[in-house]
Ligand binder design. Structure first.
Ligand SMILES: [Zn+2]
Length: 253
């Protein structure tokens, strides 16, 4: 199993990271992608990626808007160049737009520049998108990325999902699917081609409801896959196989 979005470099995992990776291995969760969020955190993120052999992406998340956007983007490009030959480095992100957070205009400046870097270095993007699908689709159409990317933690209608599909994007399906109230998402996962999806947990965030531990971990991946199988009324075996294929194709592995 491939968790395409897990922040296992975050402090929440400092006290038991070894144990967690052992448990994941026992459950056959062997591929992890650590998305980048801020220049201040890339150092630790890359060290953990190297130590545990996780794939990683480099980017600046809209929740971590830098005071000096231009300087942060220069740093990002330097990191991209330094890591170009690192086989674990696979994408730009996570970056994007969040309507529920402040400074939307500055978010957009930061985001568009990261799209340009993705295009320049021919890398896929990992996108954070909250309440801004129409604008995001407009920007992605304008930029016309070669490698596409993934809308991480996708939540939207079948119509919106189809627009991303047309742009060559994948949709990251996470713990939200385990919520009985997430019917819009259930419909997307039941009706659209399996080629469109990858799975993720966004650990330590997005803990599914009804879970005792507050911290989310990749150990919930089998539950997500079972739920997808249930919604599509087929067994988990072909689901797993296709989802893995999708992730490998997306990140060119
Ligand atoms: Zn994330």
């Amino acid at each position: 199993m491939f968790d395409t979005h897990a922040h296992l470099d975050f402090d929440e995992f400092d006290h038991d990271r070894d144990e967690l990776f052992n448990e994941m291995e026992a459950k056959n969760i062997r591929q992890i992608l650590l998305p980048g969020v801020s220049p201040d955190l890339w150092g630790k993120q890359l060290a953990i990626a190297q130590q545990y052999q996780c794939y990683f992406a480099l980017g600046i998340h809209p929740w971590y808007l830098p005071i000096d956007i231009d300087a942060a983007l220069v740093q990002l490009e330097q990191h991209i160049i330094t890591n170009q030959t690192n086989p674990l480095f696979v994408a730009i992100g996570e970056c994007g737009l969040d309507k529920l957070r402040p400074d939307f205009e500055r978010q957009q400046t930061l985001f568009e520049q990261q799209l340009h870097l993705a295009k320049k270095y021919q890398l896929p993007v990992i996108l954070h998108a909250v309440k801004c699908h129409a604008l995001l689709i407009e920007l992605l159409t304008k930029t016309a990325l070669v490698q596409g990317g993934v809308i991480h933690g996708f939540y939207g209608s079948v119509e919106v999902a189809k627009q991303y599909q047309k742009l060559g994007f994948k949709l990251g399906i996470g713990g939200l699917i385990l919520n009985p109230a997430a019917q819009k998402l259930h419909k997307v996962v039941a009706e659209l081609p399996l080629e469109l999806f990858v799975v993720e947990t966004d650990s330590p965030s997005m803990t599914p409801i009804n879970q005792l531990e507050k911290r989310n971990t990749p150990l919930i991946l089998p539950l997500i896959i079972e739920k997808i199988a249930f919604l599509r009324e087929i067994s988990t075996v072909p689901i797993l196989e296709q989802l893995n294929k999708n992730a490998l194709q997306l990140f060119e592995l």
